[in-house]
Design a protein around this ligand. Structure first.
Ligand code: COA
Length: 279
């Protein structure tokens, strides 16, 4: 599958990992309408790309993402309702709908500044890993708007109430270490080790069955909004469905290798996959 070229997005593929890079480094990767359109297209393509086993979202240069482009996303569209609506749609579509339902595991690698609208794609990814030096901020309050798009909804779900309210109302920044402390990211590492540690996590995920990973992430996301009987019914049906879609027949393999061959212990790692098959 050929990799498409975009004006504001870079795609690099290596060893099963696809690096999806917001690429406006001179503007600290602030999100222009063009970037939203490019990302929307890129994610639609990558979702069916057999080479993509894990997706890592990051930013070119020193920043992860400086939020919405205040000039091109906001001011330029103030008197252009149709253009504004299109940009808003593409913006929410890629940052939430496409990313949070992406079939393979997704990691936000936050390499630097992450402001405002940039929070949405961090929340949409399955994992987030930050540089200790990265700087996060809900800066909307500083220039006279509220965290719109779906940022307020994202932070209400991902941060605890006190932290969400504090950072949204003060606009105070916090670094990668603090982001780890408050549970906004999974891990924080010195910037020099960020990529290496991200690759380690990606490799760990690639040892598992892609179908099992996909159904597990879908299940965790879906049950958050269900009550217990709904969740029990859904998980039962989802488990049955997994057995039909899993081309590697992971469940039988896992049982056989543990019970009959005694070649591994599920408590300490995955069974040996016979061959890597895309989900
Ligand atoms: N919208 C539009 N342009 C932006 C931008 C944004 N969100 N963030 C950065 N830029 C542009 C700057 O205007 C500047 O453009 P120029 O070179 O044409 O003058 C360029 O990116 C570099 O920004 P600069 O402020 O000089 O870089 P810095 O490294 O000193 O600071 C930030 C980086 C991200 C701290 C700072 O640019 C900033 O506060 N940006 C706004 C962040 C924000 O509030 N985002 C939320 C939007 S909802």
């Amino acid at each position: 599958m050929t990799t498409k070229k975009y004006e504001t997005v870079l795609i690099e593929k290596q060893d099963g990992i696809t690096w999806l890079i917001m690429n406006r480094p001179d503007k600290r990767n602030a999100m222009s309408p063009q970037l939203h359109l490019d990302m929307d297209d890129a994610l639609a393509e990558l979702a069916v790309d057999p080479q993509t086993q894990v997706l890592v979202l990051t930013g070119a240069g020193e920043a992860f993402c400086a939020g919405q482009d205040i000039k091109l996303y906001f001011r330029a569209n103030d008197d252009a309702p149709a253009a504004r609506a299109k940009a808003r749609h593409a913006s929410n579509q890629w940052r939430w709908q496409r990313l949070s339902t992406f079939p393979q595991p997704t990691i936000a690698m936050v390499n630097g500044y992450c402001f405002g609208g940039g929070f949405t794609q961090v929340c949409a990814c399955d994992f987030a890993i930050a540089a200790d030096e990265a700087l996060f901020g809900l800066s909307e309050v500083n220039w006279g708007i509220l965290p719109g798009g779906i940022v307020s909804w994202n932070i209400a779900q991902t941060l605890n109430f006190r932290d969400g309210m504090y950072y949204a109302l003060t606009g105070d920044t916090f670094d990668g270490k603090k982001a780890k402390e408050i549970g906004f990211v999974n891990f924080s590492y010195p910037k020099a080790k960020l990529k290496e540690e991200t690759i380690k996590l990606a490799k760990k995920l690639m040892e598992k069955s892609p179908a099992v990973l996909r159904y597990t992430k879908e299940a965790l996301r879906a049950v958050r909004f269900m009550n217990e009987p709904q969740a029990a019914d859904y998980l039962n049906a989802k488990s049955e469905a997994l057995r039909f879609v899993d081309r590697e027949d992971s469940r039988s393999q896992g049982m056989k290798q543990f019970l009959d061959e005694k070649s591994y212990r599920p408590g300490f790692g995955a069974f040996k996959r016979p061959k890597a098959t895309p989900a």
